[in-house]
Ligand binder design. Structure first.
Ligand code: SME
Length: 167
């Protein structure tokens, strides 16, 4: 059953407050990203919540909660590789209808992938603009169709922005 938008909003607001307390500067990035995935999984009981990190020319499986998953995803392939390539959040209402979807679990029905950016300070003092690059993606799979909407993307983008400060 889909959670009503007002309930979901409240859950996300609580999640953001919890993340603020959970993510710690003094511990390494694996500890922070592991707890990040665990908190999302625990809050919404999604089928799979995980992070794929940009490693050389592909995405590499990072911390996750849920069934075993594929380890490598090439740039531009699957939902994760496409979100990396397009540098934007992708919501898939029905993964069976998404061309090139990489099926890791037969239970996955819908999906959201959010790119995680790292902002770099300008290398030249006269160049005022910060440049940003995708360093990872957050991938969430649900075992129901149409599980994700603009409420999810709005709050999950804020969540990964918070996490990116610790990566
Ligand atoms: N669904 C992803 C592959 C990763 S698994 O879902 C964990 C994709 O098509 O990019």
């Amino acid at each position: 059953m889909t959670t009503p938008p007002n309930v979901k909003r409240e859950q996300y607001k609580t999640l953001l407050k919890q993340l603020d307390l959970l993510l710690i500067n003094s511990v390494d990035e694996i500890a922070n990203s592991a707890n990040f995935c665990a908190l999302i999984k625990q809050t919404f009981d999604f089928h799979w919540v995980g992070i794929y990190r940009v490693f050389k020319e592909e995405l590499m499986l990072g911390t996750f909660q849920g069934p075993v998953a594929c380890v490598r995803i090439p740039f531009g392939q699957g939902v994760c590789g496409s979100a990396w390539q397009q540098e934007k959040t992708i919501i898939v209402d029905n993964v069976n209808e998404y061309p090139g979807h990489i099926a890791c679990s037969a239970s996955s029905q819908s999906e959201i992938v959010i790119p995680i950016f790292k902002y770099k300070e300008p290398s030249h003092s006269l160049d005022g603009n910060k440049s940003k690059a995708v360093i990872a993606v957050l991938d969430i799979d649900a075992d129901i169709l149409n599980a994700f909407d603009s409420v999810d993307s709005y709050y999950l983008e804020q969540s990964v922005e918070l996490l990116s400060r610790y990566l």
